[in-house]
Design a protein around this ligand. Structure first.
Ligand SMILES: *Cc1c(COP(=O)(O)O)cnc(C)c1O
Length: 388
């Protein structure tokens, strides 16, 4: 297979995926149909969840979870500084404020220590703590759940990177330690639907509220109301929701991809091991992301740590050198607290772990349809760039 450029991530679409979408196109339901229910049921099975609510993307998944939980103006949500900005934005959509937690400089993850520090800095009523499973890894969910509970808050996992990951032997998303977990089906994520999202929870009432809020807050269940007697058209808006629905077209793709999740996870782990081995053989002063204990990640990203200052090359130079050699790379993430909007709102933040993580991180290509030899190829090209 000849190929001009290896992107850092890309979807894997096979004939079964295409057939699944075409079947929906030939059917009766393009939205709010049976494929949504089928996807939600299959997702529950895949991650061991009791309830799963499909929605339009990973951002609306976060917003639905926090809104259904009752996060409101005056509340504080704790978000690690290293994440995609949607984690923080979702709390702001509810009118809450953010306190940014620092992260471990070697994993990019919030830890019990950095959470304790953030809880200590939080002025208002902490309502939710949002650990982000960066690159597919997670850490100390049980400890952080205890800390959150002691502060009167719930844990909402941003698991957008972590479908297929396991922690202490159990699938991420089963919500053993959290109120809810959120997922994204954006094409660079492990399961692609074009756009799509999911929230899982063990709390049936929370799931019901999320289903209502994803469609304008409209209530149709006659058992909950009296007014509908003799009015078959009856429906009632009890709360302000949104149109955060997923279409059946997207759900069909997500469902077909979900059937491939085990093979996706195996492939990602094979490729990551090939990267680890190539790096170990390379004598480069480049290290893989530090691994957390008790976690068997389905890696969404393959970030490496490079001491650009010691090497005497800027990250921009390294990315450009890789791109010239046909290798895409990306940075996950600029600390959200450094985004101009957040700096204007909260002022500059002193988060040394996040700064240290950000200064060194670079994500190398990782996706299911990479070839067996691609990791060695990428590390070889990285060596060319770093060795000048
Ligand atoms: C992708 C992502 C989101 C948002 O998902 P979308 O489907 O793009 O809205 C939220 N959090 C994290 C950590 C993500 O990577």
């Amino acid at each position: 297979m000849s190929r001009s450029f290896l992107p850092y991530g890309r979807q894997s679409i096979d004939e079964s995926d295409i057939a699944a979408v075409v079947e929906v196109l030939r059917g009766d339901w393009l939205t709010t149909g049976p494929t949504i229910d089928a996807l939600e049921t299959a997702f529950c099975d895949a991650v061991g969840a009791e309830h799963a609510v499909a929605c339009s993307n990973g951002t609306t998944a976060l917003h639905l979870a926090l809104a259904a939980e009752g996060v409101a103006p005056g509340d504080v949500c704790i978000v690690p500084a290293i994440t995609f900005m949607a984690t923080a934005n979702a709390a702001l959509y509810c009118g809450a404020d953010i306190v940014f937690a620092d992260v471990d400089p070697d994993t990019g993850l919030m830890t019990p220590e950095t959470l304790a520090d953030a809880l200590g800095r939080a002025g208002g009523k902490v309502r939710a703590v949002l650990p982000v499973h960066l690159a597919g890894q997670c850490e100390a969910l049980d400890e952080m759940a205890v800390q959150a509970e002691a502060a009167g808050a719930v844990l909402v996992e941003d698991a957008c990177h972590a479908v297929g990951s396991r922690w202490r032997g159990e699938p991420v998303g089963n919500c053993k330690h959290s109120r809810a977990a959120t997922f994204s089906f954006h094409p660079v994520k492990t399961i692609a639907a074009g756009e799509g999202g999911m929230v899982t929870t063990r709390d049936g009432e929370l799931a019901r509220r999320m289903r209502t809020l994803r469609s304008h807050g409209i209530e149709r269940d006659p058992s909950r109301h009296e007014r509908q007697a003799g009015e078959p058209w009856w429906h009632e808006m009890q709360s302000l929701g949104w149109n955060y629905r997923l279409s059946d077209i997207q759900a069909a793709l997500a469902l077909s991809q979900l059937r491939r999740l085990d093979s996706f996870a195996k492939r990602r782990s094979t490729l990551a091991r090939a990267y680890d081995a190539a790096l170990a053989d390379s004598n480069l002063s480049v290290s893989p992301l530090a691994r957390t204990p008790h976690c068997d990640p389905c890696l969404h990203l393959y970030p490496v740590r490079i001491d650009f200052d010691a090497i005497g090359l800027s990250r921009a130079d390294v990315m450009a050198g890789l791109a010239e050699r046909g290798v895409g790379s990306q940075v996950h993430y600029i600390p959200v607290s450094d985004q101009p909007y957040y700096t204007a709102r909260y002022g500059p933040q002193d988060l040394p772990g996040a700064q240290a993580y950000y200064a060194r991180t670079l994500s190398l290509p990782l996706f299911v349809d990479m070839l067996d030899e691609d990791p060695a190829f990428v590390i070889d090209r990285l060596a060319q760039v770093l060795n000048g």
